[in-house]
Design a binder for this molecule. Structure first.
Ligand code: GMT
Length: 381
């Protein structure tokens, strides 16, 4: 049994979901898991044996016009590692977690002679977007060089990291995962009728509506499809471009066919009523939401951005098009929606593909990594 500290963003977003689901799975496997972050993680909704939550409190002092979260986090980490006797620290999303982790490591070594292994898992925009900001770039590069292990959620992201940050160190790819026993096809005709009372086709998109997701493209795709077939679009999540998507639906005169559900826990029941999951992203290191949909037997129509082609097999479990190619994505949807046999075969293959990313296959890869890192006795440099 290991005592594992997990640092993540607690909000609605892929990296927090992965970190939380990983923590829950590790706890089920007998480890003691400590989440250290500023709020209760989004998917840590019920009591779990072996799971502890330590809230990072931010000192409120007038001089601190900007919150000093990375420092408050490092201070809290030192405290938790000391008193909970953590064996390992696993941080998700490099900024600022990897650098706070590094600071924690150094302080524990200097003051307590504690050698705490640090693992950094890269998720996406920490490398492809925010990490490239000139003020963050050297910090990200430094913290990656000083982590005891670095993992990335796709081959695309590992390669991008090596290239953008000019680092030679090994980066292990451990893909994202899904609990295929929870995310299973759960047909619910009554629920389906609520969204599509006249038997329309249903498309779904789940995201945080940042511009990188190109969420308004889902509305454009729906408009194209609707010129041929009756269809509805369900939008789940919230973020900066939700308003734009809603405005566009009104402009295109299809607002009554677009249901925006806002931020809510995505359920297998909701995913299962959809015929197609849309992911028109500009950049996507993995596409966890697409994996959860596939696990419910929903094929994906997406762009070829980033790591999506590693997950979605074009012509088997979905279709891929160039970023912004609305017409092509709409044509792919129409092809599936007008061909029930093909749609059914894509549904089955999507589910089969998701089984390759089952939580019980992937979580042991993290456990093996923890063991390997713990075996390398080291002094922080
Ligand atoms: O940037 C986001 O959209 C959120 C981000 C996160 O870290 O919360 O998501 C990233 O991590 C997810 C979990 O590993 C991946 O499934 C997403 O593909 C990735 N997002 C991007 O690369 C844009």
């Amino acid at each position: 049994m290991l005592r594992i500290g997990i640092v993540c963003y607690p909000t609605y977003g892929g990296s927090g979901v992965v970190a939380t689901e990983l923590g829950k799975a590790l706890a089920e496997r007998g480890h003691q898991v400590h989440f250290i972050t500023y709020a209760l993680p989004w998917r840590l909704d019920t009591f779990h044996d072996n799971i502890f939550f330590h809230e990072v409190e931010l000192p409120n002092y007038p001089l601190f016009e900007f919150q000093l979260y990375s420092l408050a986090l490092a201070g809290k980490l030192v405290d938790v590692v000391r008193y909970e006797r953590l064996d390992i620290l696993h941080v998700h999303y490099a900024i600022p977690h990897a650098i706070s982790g590094y600071l924690t490591q150094r302080m524990l070594w200097e003051h307590d002679s504690i050698s705490l292994p640090l693992i950094t898992t890269l998720h996406g925009t920490d490398i492809t977007l925010v990490g490239l900001e000139p003020s963050f770039y050297p910090l990200v590069r430094f913290s990656l060089q000083h982590s005891d292990a670095v993992t990335a959620v796709s081959f695309f992201l590992a390669e991008k990291t090596r290239h953008q940050f000019q680092i030679q160190r090994p980066i292990e790819v451990i893909p994202n995962f899904v609990d295929t026993r929870t995310f299973i096809p759960r047909p619910d005709p009554e629920l389906r009728r609520q969204f599509a009372p006249a038997g329309e086709h249903i498309l779904i998109h789940v995201s945080n509506f940042r511009s990188i997701k190109r969420s308004p493209d889902t509305v454009r795709i729906l408009a194209e499809i609707r010129s041929v077939l009756p269809a509805k679009l369900i939008l789940v999540g919230d973020g900066p471009e939700r308003g734009e998507a809603e405005r566009l639906a009104r402009e295109l005169g299809i607002d009554e066919h677009v249901r925006c559900l806002g931020k809510q826990m995505i359920t297998p029941e909701l995913l299962s009523i959809a015929d197609i999951f849309l992911l028109p992203s500009q950049s996507e290191s993995f596409g966890l939401a697409a994996l959860e949909a596939m696990s419910c037997g929903v094929p994906v129509v997406a762009t070829t951005a980033g790591g999506i082609p590693e997950l979605v097999r074009h012509g088997e479990t979905g279709f891929l098009a160039e970023i912004g190619d609305i017409q092509r994505m709409a044509r792919y949807c129409i092809e599936l929606l007008t061909n029930p046999k093909k749609l059914q075969s894509f549904r089955e293959r999507a589910r089969q593909r998701a089984l390759e990313y089952d939580i019980h296959l992937i979580v042991p890869l993290y456990e093996q990594l923890y063991q390997r890192v713990l075996e390398q006795v080291r002094i922080p440099t």
